[in-house]
Design a protein around this ligand. Structure first.
Ligand code: SAH
Ligand code: SF4
Ligand code: F3S
Length: 472
């Protein structure tokens, strides 16, 4: 899935926290503070949670000391993600000692994975809520206010929060995430998500299109359609029996306006269809960028991982994407050191990366997760030092591929959606091109604003950024 900048380090992708910073404050005397960890689905959920709490009279605060309720929206994807949360909880406990009426809630994937065990392990936690139970949060808070411990980790086959208008957290007012489905029906052997997020279900088609249209009407210029596996989006109208697949949804969102960029994440290589590629090609405003997780370049390991494709199948998808849209960027997720991986398997992974010429990748060392198929069936037998060494080689190859890809852009003219000041200087704008590459350029034209599109000629690059000049 996407982030502002290419992240190439283990854990960096899922380990960042964003603090509660809502765009609306209520006059309420009850205030919540929220931190989100993990993938964009979790960040998107925090916006739903903020909406639910606001409706029940809570205001938000960025200052943890002012909060009556601290919420952590957690991730379980790797062990380190959970360690980060436990460390954060220890810090919050100090605040709670000073203010005993403060409630602490753990939400999201770690809440779902550990359920009430979390209350035994982390004594000062008052509320535990899984990803499908956020509507019950107001009642759970009331329960917890009476001194009881409150838990709801029921997973649902229907919940999509379709009717809840998310309150945009930390919004730049230009780009927004829109969840189109929840859960996952794949059973990748390494992955905890099917256990923490439950069965896959697609959100009502019209509610997705309406949310995107509303964002555009409010000045947003880019929407990213989110799901663990967007290509299996499938919604059937209960009255007309009319079925909508992902390509159709993508087209309807693209039709809202040519000035609204559309992105999506994540595609599973087994499910991305020719129809989706043709839809992408047909609309300029559907960004030419596909996140196509590889995980491993060895067919033997892919089989153990239960990814249901082979190395050849994966490479044929990459080839098809490049043939259909020569300007399309591709990124991947790669895992180093899955069970039984040997040197040859690792070389196969490097080889697929080289052939695929990824613009960027998210790379991780394998971390065994309790309850997953891999934890039950296989031994986590690749020593840590070997995992680290292989990961370092993968990262180093990707750095080289990213740099090469950026160098090829020098001299090209690219259309950039301006998001704000560049990180290094408020005399420069930062935005992204269709391929999701970060582009930085001088603010030579004073009429430009964040949210505007600008044509930039690329003049230089680093491994993570294109540098350019405004084309007059
Ligand atoms: N459906 C999403 C998966 C989200 S998890 C997708 O396909 O992108 C994001 C990534 O985390 C996965 O693609 C995988 O590369 C990595 N990951 C998942 N479980 C892991 C584990 N146990 N150890 C290391 N990396 C893992
Ligand atoms: Fe996990 Fe696989 Fe589902 Fe992605 S597709 S969430 S990796 S089980
Ligand atoms: Fe983490 Fe849950 Fe997302 S485990 S990666 S927050 S779906």
């Amino acid at each position: 899935m996407f982030e502002i900048e290419q992240k190439v380090m283990d854990e960096s992708r899922q380990g960042e926290a964003y603090q509660g910073n809502l765009d609306t404050l209520s006059a309420s005397n009850k205030h919540f503070y929220i931190e989100s960890y993990g993938c964009q689905m979790n960040f998107s959920d925090s916006e739903i949670i903020a909406s639910i709490l606001q409706t029940s009279g809570f205001g938000s605060t960025k200052d943890v000391e002012q909060a009556n309720l601290i919420l952590l929206n957690t991730c379980s994807i790797r062990e380190k993600a959970e360690q980060t949360i436990r460390k954060r909880l220890t810090e919050f406990k100090k605040i709670k000692r000073k203010n005993p009426s403060l409630l602490i809630g753990v939400l999201g994937c770690m809440a779902e994975r550990l359920k009430s065990k979390l209350l035994e392990e982390e004594k000062l936690v008052d509320i535990v809520v899984g990803p499908d139970a956020y509507r019950t949060l107001p009642q759970l808070i009331e329960e917890a206010d009476t001194g009881a411990k409150a838990v709801n980790v029921l997973l649902s086959r229907e919940e999509t929060y379709a009717d809840i208008a998310p309150v945009r957290i930390n919004s730049n007012g230009i780009t927004a995430f829109v969840s189109i489905m929840r859960g996952c029906n794949n059973m990748c052997a390494f992955c905890v998500v099917p256990f923490t997020r439950g069965r896959e279900r697609s959100r009502e088609y019209i509610s997705v299109v309406n949310e995107c249209r509303d964002l555009y009407d409010r000045g947003f210029k880019e929407v990213t359609l989110l799901g663990q596996n967007v290509d299996s989006y499938y919604w059937v109208d209960p009255i007309t029996n009319h079925a909508v697949d992902f390509a159709m949804l993508l087209e309807q969102v693209a039709l809202i306006s040519p000035a609204l960029r559309v992105r999506f994440s994540t595609s599973h290589p087994k499910d991305i269809t020719e129809k989706v590629l043709q839809t992408m090609k047909a609309y300029n405003n559907i960004c030419k960028y596909i996140h196509l997780p590889l995980q491993s370049g060895s067919t033997r390991i892919l089989q153990l991982m239960n990814r249901t494709y082979t190395r050849e199948w994966y490479l044929s998808k990459v080839k098809r994407i490049r043939e259909t849209m020569p300007d399309c960027a591709i990124s991947a997720d790669v895992i180093a050191g899955f069970c039984t991986e040997d040197d040859q398997d690792h070389l196969d992974t490097l080889d697929v990366m080289r052939i695929s010429m990824y613009e960027y990748s998210y790379m991780f060392a394998y971390s065994e997760r309790p309850g997953t198929l891999a934890a039950k069936r296989y031994k986590d037998d690749v020593p840590d030092e070997v995992k680290k060494k292989r990961l370092a080689e993968i990262v180093s190859l990707q750095n080289k591929l990213s740099f090469e890809s950026n160098q090829k852009d020098i001299g090209k003219k690219v259309e950039v959606l301006i998001e704000g000041d560049s990180r290094k200087s408020n005399l420069q704008w930062m935005g992204r091109n269709s391929q999701n590459k970060v582009v930085v350029f001088d603010k030579s034209d004073t009429s430009l604003q964040p949210g505007d599109y600008a044509w930039i000629e690329v003049t230089d690059c680093t491994q993570g950024t294109l540098l350019g000049e405004l084309v007059s």
